[in-house]
Design a protein around this ligand. Structure first.
Ligand code: UT7
Length: 329
């Protein structure tokens, strides 16, 4: 038994900022951003929220799967940028969709590995027969936690949501490869904005303008980590499942930087055509990047029955993860 993807959806905010718009905020240029990252523009929330984007992406995935919301047993949302702490985003999605029979939970803090970890979690529930259907979502409003005065980070991020519907079906359940290295966590941080403690820190409210309340990143350290660990974890997940590179039709990597994707392809000695990219249009949308890409490929007719996909995410924690899935015949 396995959890097969049988529908996808996404929601992208309409408002965009291209590299020239960013160059009005910080000392950078379209040329520098394109060359170093491959990013051309990113979409930014205006009236949308993490919850509203997650709900719309989920609704579109259900429509694509031809399912009603009541048929969903589990809703899992990966996000680091929920607009509310309580209730969790998954419960808000349940309410908005009318998925009255679903168990709902968020996977917070797993950032750019978030969708792969959420997919693994849902797949494990389905392959053990605990639930029959799951809606797995990655949704991010990174613009709300970005320091728009820091050129090392604000050029990178964008907002959006993607979703996939999984159904328990006969088939092989592949083992995932997942790693965490908390000792390297300082390379990518964002402190809580809710550090005011009514009992012990009454007078110590720290302004949200302070830089540490936004995403802070040692870009070079994260870059080096990604180009080393992503090929390693891809090799590991293939070996774990006794598969070779020739068994993989497409590598769906977290969309952080074109140079990272190209370096991974080169290290694996795989053609770059097997690594679809859309970061030029959306920037890095953290947990949303993989399901947004999946949905684009699906709607463009590039996902075919029986194809094997390899998903790989990497980011804050530090964490990195890879999973293999087979599309239903
Ligand atoms: O989602 C997972 C987490 N995130 C990532 O995967 C991001 C990983 N890191 C990266 O993508 C890259 O490290 C960045 C795109 C963030 C930076 O690219 P880089 O090639 O590593 O640049 P760098 O930090 O080595 O900086 C090179 C030069 C420096 O100038 P000098 O010292 O050589 O004169 C920087 O000051 O470029 C300068 N620089 C910029 N110039 C124009 C740094 N940021 C910018 C900028 N515009 N935005």
């Amino acid at each position: 038994m396995t959890g097969s993807i049988c529908g996808t959806g996404s929601y992208i905010p309409r408002f965009t900022m291209d590299n020239n718009d960013i160059a009005k905020l910080v000392d950078t240029s379209d040329e520098w951003i394109r060359e170093r990252t491959g990013i051309i523009r990113r979409h930014i929330i205006k009236e949308e929220t993490t919850v509203s984007m997650a709900s719309e992406a989920g609704k579109r995935a259900l429509e694509n799967a031809g399912m009603d919301a009541e048929e969903i047993d589990l809703i899992l949302v990966a996000t680091i940028s929920s607009n509310v702490l309580l209730p969790c985003t998954a419960c808000e999605v349940q309410k908005n969709l009318g998925a009255v029979n679903a168990v709902c939970l968020d996977l917070g803090g797993t950032a750019c590995s978030g969708f792969v970890l959420a997919y693994n979690t849902a797949e494990a529930y389905l392959s053990w027969g605990i639930y029959k259907t799951a809606l797995v979502i990655g949704s991010e409003s990174l613009s709300a936690i970005t320091n728009w005065g820091d050129r090392g980070t604000c050029i990178l991020f964008g907002d959006g949501a993607g979703a996939a519907v999984l159904k328990a079906q006969e088939g092989v359940s592949y083992l995932p490869a997942v790693h965490s290295d908390g000792a390297k966590g300082d390379a990518l941080t964002c402190r809580s904005r809710y550090e005011v403690n009514g009992i012990t820190k009454k007078d110590s409210y720290i302004s949200a303008e302070e830089n540490e309340y936004f995403i802070q990143m040692d870009g070079q350290a994260v870059f080096k980590f990604a180009v080393k660990k992503v090929p390693e974890v891809i090799g590991e997940v293939l070996e774990l499942n006794s598969l070779g590179k020739e068994d993989i039709d497409l590598y769906i990597l977290h969309q952080a930087n074109r140079r990272i994707v190209e370096a991974v392809a080169k290290r694996l000695e795989e053609p770059i055509e097997k690594f679809p990219m859309n970061l030029q249009e959306y920037g890095n949308t953290s947990s949303a990047s993989i399901p947004i890409l999946l949905d684009e490929l699906n709607r463009a007719g590039r996902l075919k029955p029986g194809q094997r996909l390899l998903l790989a995410g990497f980011g804050a924690g530090l964490t990195w993860a890879a999973s293999i899935l087979r599309l239903p015949e």
